[in-house]
Design a protein around this ligand. Structure first.
Ligand code: KDG
Length: 305
């Protein structure tokens, strides 16, 4: 999506100026990984319009593989707005019904798209956009199973897209095929009726997940592995400036997945995750604050294994 962020605080009806950014959870995640040195590909659709061109150019500039991003002649690129009230974190307003991305369907999924891929990362946002998106994501799960590609999943629950009472059933197929599950406190609560990771673990292991990470925002993060008794926790990284939290969760996921793919310890992966997430909060855009590998390396060296 394109993000239009107001230049001033207050209800959008009084805002005269907006700044334009690129956003979207899966895109943010991919950019964070690319900045750390990987070359992720994204499966999505944009409209055949100026915003679509803008998004593709930004993806290329950030080093993403956009060969699986389709351009749709009949549907526009989705947009979303932020609104800053001065009282709380920003509200978001989506204009993405009928957008190009919401028409993603199994026909858009190239059967060879996971060949040679090390990990498939999905979030609960795209499948909540439409039934065809959900079918496309289920097709990706089939392909991941066929090619033995591990799946990481972040439910990324958006109550503007999915009713609270449907969340558990909706997320079940994705969670049950995920090796790695990453979620925050409110998602833990919607899915397992608790805010404590330890209490949710029996159900999470029973679903087949091997590794689960609890993002706790300003309280840091905790990870648990099915084969280990002890939970591993990590303190937060404190940025020097705070603007808004949007994009932090995606950056966190990417930082953790990066460590996971390198075979790092849970502790070190959590440190990088916290660092990427925290730096996202220092800017208005979703991903602009994510660190490059050269920024992250000295912090990681100071932390050790
Ligand atoms: O995680 C950041 C996203 O929330 C933002 O980019 C917009 O993808 C988005 C969504 O659906 O909320």
């Amino acid at each position: 999506m394109v993000l239009l962020s107001p230049d001033s605080t207050g209800p959008l009806r009084h805002v005269p100026l907006f700044r334009k950014y690129v956003a979207g959870a899966e895109l943010n995640f991919s950019i964070a990984l690319a900045r750390l040195g990987l070359r992720p590909g994204l499966i999505s659709k944009v409209g055949q319009d100026e915003f679509g061109e803008y998004i593709k150019a930004a993806m290329q500039a950030e080093g993403l593989d956009i060969s699986l991003v389709k351009t749709d002649e009949d549907h526009p690129t989705g947009i979303y707005f932020k609104e800053y009230s001065g009282l709380a974190d920003p509200k978001v307003y989506y204009y993405r019904k009928g957008s190009a991305a919401s028409t993603l369907s199994p026909a858009d999924i190239d059967p060879g798209c996971l060949e040679g891929v090390r990990l498939l990362h999905l979030t609960g946002i795209t499948p909540a956009l439409s039934d065809s998106c959900r079918q496309a994501y289920l097709r990706l799960l089939e392909l991941a199973a066929e090619h033995q590609v591990p799946v990481s999943f972040d439910p990324n629950i958006r109550l503007k897209l999915i009713a609270a009472e449907k969340v558990r059933e909706f997320m079940a197929p994705f969670i049950s095929q995920a090796s790695l599950l990453i979620l925050n406190e409110s998602e833990l609560n919607y899915l397992y009726g608790t805010k404590e990771l330890a209490e949710a673990l029996p159900e999470i292991w029973a679903a087949g997940v091997e590794l689960v990470v609890h993002k706790r925002g300003a309280k840091g993060a905790v990870a648990a592995h099915k084969k280990e008794k002890e939970l591993v926790s990590c303190p937060p990284f404190q940025p020097v400036r705070y603007v808004d939290p949007v994009g932090a969760g995606d950056g966190f996921d990417a930082g953790f997945v990066f460590g996971y793919l390198q075979g790092w310890s849970l502790r070190k992966s959590l440190y990088l995750a916290n660092l990427v997430g925290a730096l996202a909060t220092t800017v208005v855009g979703d991903y602009e604050g994510y660190p490059f590998w050269s920024d992250a390396l000295p912090v990681l060296e100071a932390v050790g294994e």
